[in-house]
Design a protein around this ligand. Structure first.
Ligand code: FES
Length: 147
């Protein structure tokens, strides 16, 4: 049977980048995909300049979910919070060279985890969550909460 996934997706699925645990993470999120019950845990280390220095993830899910997690980790590593918040699931899917239509929802988990992890960072460090929400709104506009 021919795989429905392209080579980039297969590569990130077979050799996920930045998979594992991050001991000194200061931003952590766990999200689930209600459509299928899959889960993703995202851990970030954000430095004092607001740069995402390190990132690790663990995803219990399908090939598209794991590849999306892996690609997201590569895209946002080294980015500032403001740059990272602009990364949406469309960017993740296009960086992967596309996924089958029925698998697009799998890439949303990575975007959600990223937003939640940044919220966690703001909360933990006593920053104003309204600032982050304003930034999310600025780049992504009004959209329904996924969860
Ligand atoms: Fe669950 Fe893809 S089928 S995330």
């Amino acid at each position: 049977m021919k795989s429905p996934y392209n080579d980039t997706v297969m590569d990130h699925f077979m050799n996920p980048r930045n998979m594992g645990d991050l001991e000194d993470a200061n931003a952590v999120a766990e999200v689930g995909n209600p459509a299928c019950g899959d889960m993703m845990r995202l851990m970030l280390k954000i430095n004092d300049d607001g740069v995402i220095e390190d990132i690790k993830f663990k995803t219990f899910g399908c090939a598209a979910a794991i590849a999306s997690s892996s690609m997201t980790s590569e895209i946002i590593k080294g980015k500032t919070i403001e740059e990272a918040i602009q990364v949406g699931n469309n960017d993740i899917v296009s960086a992967l060279g596309g996924v089958p239509e029925v698998k697009v929802h799998c890439s949303i988990m990575a975007e959600e985890a990223l937003e939640d992890a940044l919220k966690d960072y703001y909360t933990k460090t006593g920053k104003n969550l309204d600032d982050l929400n304003a930034m999310i709104h600025k780049y992504k506009g009004d959209r329904p909460e996924h969860h």
